[in-house]
Design a protein around this ligand. Structure first.
Ligand SMILES: NC(=O)c1ccc[n+]([C@@H]2O[C@H](COP(=O)([O-])OP(=O)(O)OC[C@H]3O[C@@H](n4cnc5c(N)ncnc54)[C@H](O)[C@@H]3O)[C@@H](O)[C@H]2O)c1
Ligand SMILES: [Fe+2]
Length: 401
């Protein structure tokens, strides 16, 4: 049975690899500052738009400069600021209603992955009013062009500013819907490191480790390209060298800028080469318990990398060299061990735990089933794991003390 499933998964992935050159991948136009968006308002004759964010972003004063730019350019705007971390279907529908009432022509998101994902999903619903969020889950189900989408990340983590994905929580079913479709790639992205200065150390750490997970999972998977391998290695180098500095010294401009660049490159890498079991397990936990995405990834990553075993040692050595934690002279096994140890050290040194509270024993079979369904057949994981192997991770990461 497992053998047949493996053949099925690998066949789906091979077909997607063959089709990849024909897919409409594109990159957003990247600006260094919100002020550059004036050019977009003029070019696209945008007079009114919906601004999607959350309370934390407003309270930190991050929206004010954008509001000034909008006003200066004669653009009226309606703010939706109720986005929750792990945005929900309710968030998306409320914001969509505001978009409709205000006759908006475009959408701007400012915030972390949650605000950006909420805005993407609003755009998808505007383009497909007949299709509820759950019907968009999966690949290529959003087929129409979205209203112009401009995004301004304030965390260096999710890569949502460049990816064709959005993740929306279904509070009733306690699952996350993952929607992957090319129209979701934002048209414009502002990468301004000063907007991330106020990100508290704990969130700097967990969102930074999310970005690292994107680079690592994209690199060790079986659907890499020369370009995505290069991007993943560059992202790993940038994140390893800067995340701890950004954690300690929030307004260190160079470290913040390198983190934003690293997260963006990691986002580009996983957009073409996907993620893997680390993300699938993280999504199962966030859906069920609302565990923050980056935190879940940071805890799970070392356990899953260890469990893959020798099959990924060579790739982990290459990542370890990029990270600067091993040498050419190290054997592949030793280098892999050093990288995993360095990831654990990064977590500990930034106050991230190595286990998660709140996992219920009786939920584990369901969580493992969901992780399996999330990963297979889409994610080109280095090695297919059985349901039992997936279950074992929840026992290992659960903090029942
Ligand atoms: N679409 C994708 O490709 C993709 C990839 C990975 C994760 N995600 C999704 O992204 C979401 C997580 O996003 P996130 O990790 O960026 O966190 P987030 O957007 O949930 O933000 C977390 C908290 O940080 C605060 N915050 C953000 N930036 C700040 C700043 N500069 N200063 C002060 N506070 C700030 C927010 O107010 C919020 O309270 C999850 O829903 C996850 O599923 C999406
Ligand atoms: Fe992620």
């Amino acid at each position: 049975m497992f053998f047949l499933k493996a053949i099925y998964c690998r066949t789906v992935q091979a077909v997607l690899r063959l089709l990849r050159p024909f897919f409409p991948y594109r990159e957003p136009k990247v600006f260094p500052s919100c002020a550059n968006l004036a050019e977009v308002f003029q070019k696209e004759k945008i007079k009114s738009l919906l601004l999607v964010t959350d309370r934390g972003i407003i309270e930190n004063g991050l929206v004010r400069p954008l509001e000034e730019i909008l006003s200066k350019n004669g653009v009226t705007y309606t703010i939706y600021d109720k986005t929750q971390p792990n945005p929900t279907i309710e968030n998306v529908e409320e914001a969509r209603e505001l978009y409709r009432q205000s006759n908006s022509q475009a959408i701007i998101a400012i915030g972390g992955g949650s605000s950006i994902d909420c805005a993407k999903a609003v755009g998808a619903r505007v383009a497909h009013p007949e299709k509820p969020i759950e019907k968009m889950a999966g690949i290529f189900r959003v087929r129409r062009r979205l209203p112009t989408l401009m995004v301004i990340p304030t965390t260096a983590g999710t890569g949502s500013e460049v990816s064709p994905a959005t993740v929306v929580s279904d509070r009733q079913k306690r699952i996350k819907h993952i929607i992957i479709s090319f129209p979701l790639i934002p048209r414009y992205t502002v990468l301004d490191a000063s907007l991330t200065y106020s990100l508290p150390p704990k969130l700097t750490a967990s969102t930074g480790m999310d970005a690292l997970t994107h680079a690592v999972e994209a690199y060790i998977g079986q659907s890499t390209t020369k370009e995505t391998r290069r991007l993943a290695l560059e992202a790993t180098r940038l994140i390893f060298r800067n995340v701890h500095i950004a954690y300690i010294e929030g307004d260190n401009h160079e470290a913040r800028e390198n983190m934003l660049r690293g997260a963006y490159k990691a986002g580009l890498a996983f957009s073409k080469s996907y993620v893997g079991y680390i993300h699938a397990i993280a999504h199962s936990l966030s859906g069920r318990y609302d565990t923050p995405h980056g935190l879940a990834n940071s805890v799970i990553m070392p356990y899953v990398l260890e469990a893959y075993g020798p099959i990924i040692h060579m790739k982990l050595k290459e990542l370890g060299l990029a990270a600067g934690v091993c040498t050419e002279q190290d054997s592949e096994e030793k280098a892999a061990f050093k990288l995993i140890k360095a990831i654990r050290w990064l977590n500990t040194s930034m106050g991230l735990p190595d286990k998660l509270p709140g996992i219920k024993k009786e939920d584990i079979p369901l969580l493992a089933r969901r992780a399996e369904k999330g990963a297979n057949p889409l994610f080109p994981v280095p090695k297919l794991l059985t349901r039992e192997e997936l279950e074992s991770f929840y026992y290992r990461i659960a903090d029942w003390s």
